[in-house]
Design a protein around this ligand. Structure first.
Ligand SMILES: *Cc1c(COP(=O)(O)O)cnc(C)c1O
Length: 370
């Protein structure tokens, strides 16, 4: 008998009854998009929940990064980023008009290593685009130190960082801007969506304008913008979702702790994300299967698949393996030893807020087989 499938992620959905009143408002107002009333409420509610002052809702995280780079004037030159991320990180740099330069990661956080960033700086470098991978904060002080000493901007790809705090403060307050994704697979979703966290109101309004074709005050057009507007349906889902998010985050913390309790002491296996710390969102549950582990990554991945358990080799391959990037000088794997090794060892186990204990036991049992 085949057990029912367990997928690596399962989108959160708020109870339908919580979404319906918002949908009725949309049907009554006939405001479907263009800075509608729900979008405004969602924006304020989210700013308050996240602990930031200025935030612009956008259609998705990828366009959010493009617009943040464009607003910061990063439309040419080089942007230093990580190869250990989702491909959208590098695409956004190219789409903004700049060239990605890849630097290696820190083995403890799997995020950009500030020393490697510094070594990759050239006269063409304009900015750093780090990613808080799997919701674990980057070495923000180290990166800010490099940026300040070299006159560079920092735009964070915070697609995994919804609700993440560091030293009691939102991690989104670091750098010049941070960009969230509300895609279906993220900790918090609006089906598709995203947001740009801006340092001041003028920057927020500039992002809003770029997201609406560059139209200023309904008449003039100041710049070449794009359509990256969030519509009212997404705002409705977001408002309803926000009522549930604390429950979701608490449940994820319990699941992560349970994995940690069962897998934390296995020789050669490392659970990457910290547990038992407040302010982490447990975006995923990545494990690294090192050379001393009783099972290697490919074997475990295949073993789980055979049991109808769908883990994810994430991030593998590295962005630097993909055709648009693999001929860049900085994509040479010998320059990226930590990222290359991590891509071969990493496996993200199923992690979603309603993963039940029996299913989690099935997963753990497979990992433990000698
Ligand atoms: C999901 C994701 C994105 C893209 O966000 P979308 O909202 O899907 O466009 C960018 N960077 C990282 C690291 C992501 O995981």
């Amino acid at each position: 008998m085949k057990w029912p499938p367990i997928h690596v992620a399962r989108p959160n959905l708020p109870p339908l009854a919580q979404v319906l009143p918002f949908l009725e408002e949309i049907w009554d107002s006939r405001m479907l998009s263009n800075n509608g009333p729900l979008l405004n409420r969602f924006e304020s509610a989210l700013a308050e929940y996240l602990g930031v002052e200025h935030i612009s809702m956008v259609a998705n995280g990828t366009l959010g990064i493009v617009l943040a780079l464009k607003q910061a004037g990063i439309t040419s030159g080089e942007v230093i980023t990580t190869p250990f991320s989702f491909v959208a990180t590098a695409h956004a740099i190219k789409l903004a008009g700049a060239t990605p330069v890849f630097a290696d990661i820190d083995p403890s956080t799997l995020n950009l290593d500030p020393a490697q960033v510094e070594a990759a700086i050239t006269p063409q470098t304009r900015a750093i685009l780090p990613v808080h991978v799997f919701g674990t904060p980057c070495d923000v002080e180290g990166l800010e130190d490099v940026a300040t000493r070299n006159g560079l901007k920092i735009i964070y790809d915070a697609a995994h960082s919804f609700g993440v705090h560091r030293d009691g403060q939102s991690v989104l307050r670091h750098g010049d801007m941070s960009v969230l994704s509300f895609h279906a697979t993220k900790v918090f979703n609006t089906f598709e969506g995203g947001a740009v966290v801006a340092p001041d109101r003028a920057t927020k309004l500039a992002i809003d304008q770029l997201a609406n074709f560059g139209i200023a005050d309904g008449l003039g057009v100041d710049d070449i913008g794009i359509n990256a507007k969030m519509h009212e349906f997404s705002a409705a889902v977001g408002l309803a979702q926000l009522c549930e998010i604390e429950t979701v985050l608490d449940a994820r913390a319990v699941i992560a702790q349970r994995y940690q309790d069962h897998l934390g002491d296995i020789h050669g296996l490392r659970c990457v994300s910290p547990t038992g710390v407040s302010g982490h969102n447990h975006y995923a549950f990545p494990i690294l299967l090192g050379p001393d582990c009783h099972v290697d990554r490919e074997t475990l991945f295949a073993r789980l698949s055979a049991e109808n358990i769908f883990a994810r080799r994430y991030f593998y391959p590295l962005i630097t393996n993909f055709a648009p990037y693999n001929t860049l000088p900085s994509a040479d794997p010998t320059l990226l030893p930590v990222a290359s090794r991590t891509a071969d060892e990493v496996l993200c186990l199923p992690m979603f807020f309603d993963l039940d204990e029996a299913s989690q036991d099935r997963i753990i049992e497979q990992v433990l087989i000698q």
